[in-house]
Structure formats: structure tokens, C-alpha cells
Design a protein around this ligand. Structure first.
Ligand SMILES: Cc1cc2nc3c(=O)[nH]c(=O)nc-3n(C[C@H](O)[C@H](O)[C@H](O)COP(=O)(O)OP(=O)(O)OC[C@H]3O[C@@H](n4cnc5c(N)ncnc54)[C@H](O)[C@@H]3O)c2cc1C
Length: 333
């Protein structure tokens, strides 16, 4: 049986391993567009802060994948999928046929139409490549401006704080809050950040970013202009599903899957941050994101692709809640 997996993050790699562990004769191809061996995205900030090396981040060395018989296509992008003839086309036009396909393409920071024109002035914070680039600039950076949402924003703020940078955080919300964190942690979050010396600007939208001498000028909707040596900005994290464009695979924000992680198209599965799973209590689809959830989904998808019949149970308490608390203690002490 030919298995093709798009995305070499934790969900895709765990699925590849689960398939091989269940059926050693299976042919498994893992396509990953990044140039690195699979790494722990959730520890990027620790790498930024020199608490871990680049090597520490690797969770599946290329040799170990090879030993398991997983064919790792590193640095290649799946461009499109033909669900009728059951093939995936890579960016160099190569065609890979599959019997079963997994989409595990994760999520990415998304820039809305207001921020998009200023892309060239924005430092990305999502991949190992982004952090490698950032680390080289860090010594020359004193003042950082962060505009964004969600847990990875808090992650970045904590990293910049630990590095002793002067940080201004701009949010559209009237108060700093994480929609996913528990109320105790959430209620005190703004004061907690302010106590660390981070300048917090609430209820404002970044309207433009421009180069100003050797700095950047950030204009906001309600609070005037801010100046910094570097600008991080994004609107929200979104499932990254470009490769299913033009297919009949159903999606809302993410790729819709049932509890077995099957999409609307036979023999195609999705797992991790790109997937939206049916939640029987909510009677709607739900992104159960975060590192531990992506790993568990990858494992279940892999087992089912290899002939199993396992169901993923949505976690009512999201991984980020737990991780938020743990990381709070670890990062800020
Ligand atoms: C800075 C940061 C800090 C985080 N901290 C935490 C934390 O503390 N705790 C926690 O639980 N979670 C954390 N997360 C979130 C966590 O990393 C993700 O939930 C998890 O990595 C999701 O795994 P995934 O395999 O679904 O997707 P990803 O890790 O996003 O992997 C998907 C991979 O697919 C590749 N890809 C996409 N499209 C294609 C294509 N067409 N062809 C080939 N390859 C493709 C991508 O390049 C990527 O490498 C953090 C995330 C970030 C960015």
C-alpha cells in the first residue's frame, strides 16, 4: 500500500511512524517543505533564548526516518492533489501516486488585507528558518514591536522579555487575553505582562509599517506612532490548506474530518493544526490544536491509514491551557 503524507511536522511524522509500526511493508513517503529535519516547533522560543540548540529541537533525525523505511522528501512542497486519479504533484512537477493520503500541513500566521502591504517590513515567527534569521539580528535589536493574537504571541513576548529587549505589544482587544486560557490565568494576564515592563497598547490596529531611518515606524488606528528596531505582526493563526485548492475535500477554516480523521474524500485523512474535527457535543467542527494534540491525531490517522479503526477523542481542555500554565512558570521565573 502506498501512503503519501504532506507535511513533516509532528502530526505528519507521527503518522508516518505509526503506519510503519503497524505495517512494515507499507511504502511511506513524507513530504516536508522546510529544509530541516523535523523539529519541535513548540520549542522555537527556547532556541531563540539559547536555552536549546538547533540540534536539541530535532525530534526525528533524517537517519532514523530512513532506518524505519520512511522516504523523506525534505525541502519539497506538495503543490496540488488529484483526488480522482489519486496523485500529489510536487513543486518540481513530480507526481506521487497514493492509495492513502494524509494532509498534515499545520497552521500559519496569517496577514489580513491591512497588514499584507507591509509584509517586507514584518519579521515572521513561525518556523526554524524564521528564528535562525532572527537570532542573527538579535544583537542589534533593542526595541521590539509586537502586534498579534493568541498563544504564540505570548510565547514571543516571553522570549523577547527573557532576552532583555524593550517590548511594545499592540493588540486589537480591549484587554490582553487568550481566548483559550482558563479564566484565572487570563484575568491577570495583562497585569502580569505590565509588571514585567512590557508596554501594552490595547484596542488598536496597526495601520501601516514603514522604514524610518534605521528603524521602523508603526502607525496605529488609535494610539499614534511607535518606533522600533524590529516589527512582528500577524492577525491570527490559520490552518494552512493551500494544497487542497481545487479539490473536493471539504473545509471550513480547516480541513473537515470525522473522529477517524477521514476527510470528505475516501482514502484522504487530515491531522494536526490543519484539521477541523467533528465535535459531537458542540455538533460542529473544532480545531483541537497544539503540539500534544497534533501528535495524538497523527498517531490515530497513521494507524487508521494502515487499516485500524481508532477514534480521536477531542480534549475539552486544550493543550495550550496546560502548556500556558507550565510555560508561564518555566519562562518567566
Ligand atoms: C512559536 C511557536 C510556539 C509554540 N508553542 C507551543 C507550545 O508551547 N505548546 C503547544 O502545545 N503548541 C505550541 N505551538 C503550536 C504547535 O507547534 C503546533 O500546534 C504543532 O506544531 C502543530 O503540528 P502540525 O504537525 O499539525 O503542524 P506544523 O508543526 O505546522 O507542521 C506542518 C508542516 O507541514 C509543512 N507544509 C505545509 N504545507 C506543505 C506542503 N504543501 N508541502 C509540504 N510541506 C508542507 C509546513 O512547512 C510544516 O513544516 C507553538 C507554535 C509556534 C509557532
Amino acid at each position: 500500500m502506498n501512503h503519501v503524507i504532506i507535511g513533516a511536522g509532528i502530526a505528519g511524522v507521527t503518522a508516518a511512524q505509526a503506519i510503519k509500526e503497524t505495517d512494515n511493508d507499507a511504502d511511506v513517503v513524507l513530504i516536508g517543505k522546510e529544509d530541516f529535519a523535523p523539529y519541535k516547533r513548540c520549542q522555537l522560543t527556547e532556541f531563540l533564548c539559547d536555552l536549546r540548540t538547533k540540534t536539541d529541537l530535532t525530534f526525528a533525525p533524517v537517519e532514523s526516518l530512513k532506518e524505519m523505511g520512511i522516504k523523506f522528501r525534505r525541502g519539497q512542497t506538495a503543490r496540488s492533489i488529484n483526488t480522482t486519479e489519486k496523485w500529489v504533484q510536487l513543486d518540481d512537477d513530480e507526481i506521487l501516486y497514493y492509495d492513502r493520503l494524509l494532509i498534515a500541513t499545520g497552521g500559519q500566521p496569517n496577514l489580513g488585507h491591512t497588514l499584507r502591504p507591509f509584509l517586507k517590513h514584518i519579521q515572521r515567527y513561525y518556523s526554524l528558518k524564521d528564528v535562525v534569521v532572527l537570532k542573527k539580528k538579535m544583537a542589534d535589536i533593542r526595541k521590539c514591536i509586537v502586534f498579534g493574537e493568541g498563544f504564540s504571541c505570548l510565547d514571543l513576548l516571553s522570549g523577547l522579555y527573557n532576552l532583555g529587549k524593550d517590548v511594545t505589544f499592540i493588540t486589537r482587544r480591549e484587554r490582553v487575553e487568550l481566548p483559550l486560557a482558563d479564566s484565572e490565568f487570563n484575568n491577570g494576564l495583562q497585569e502580569f505582562l505590565e509588571d514585567t515592563g512590557i508596554e501594552i497598547i490595547t484596542g488598536s490596529q496597526v495601520t501601516s509599517i514603514s522604514k524610518f531611518r534605521s528603524h521602523y515606524r508603526v502607525m496605529t488606528s488609535k494610539h499614534g506612532d511607535f518606533y522600533g528596531d524590529i516589527v512582528f505582526a500577524w492577525d491570527q493563526y490559520r490552518p494552512y490548506t493551500a494544497c487542497i485548492k481545487g479539490t473536493n475535500i471539504e473545509k471550513k477554516a480547516g480541513i473537515l474530518v470525522n473522529e477517524r480523521l477521514e476527510t470528505s474524500v475516501k482514502d484522504i485523512y487530515a491531522a494536526g493544526d490543519c484539521a477541523q474535527i467533528f465535535h459531537p457535543v458542540l455538533n460542529d467542527y473544532w480545531i483541537n490544536f497544539g503540539w500534544p494534540n497534533a501528535r495524538e491525531q497523527g498517531e490515530i490517522a497513521g494507524k487508521n491509514m494502515a487499516g485500524g479503526n481508532e477514534e480521536y477523542k477531542i480534549h475539552e481542555v486544550l493543550a495550550f491551557n496546560i502548556m500556558g500554565k507550565e510555560l508561564k512558570a518555566r519562562w518567566w521565573e
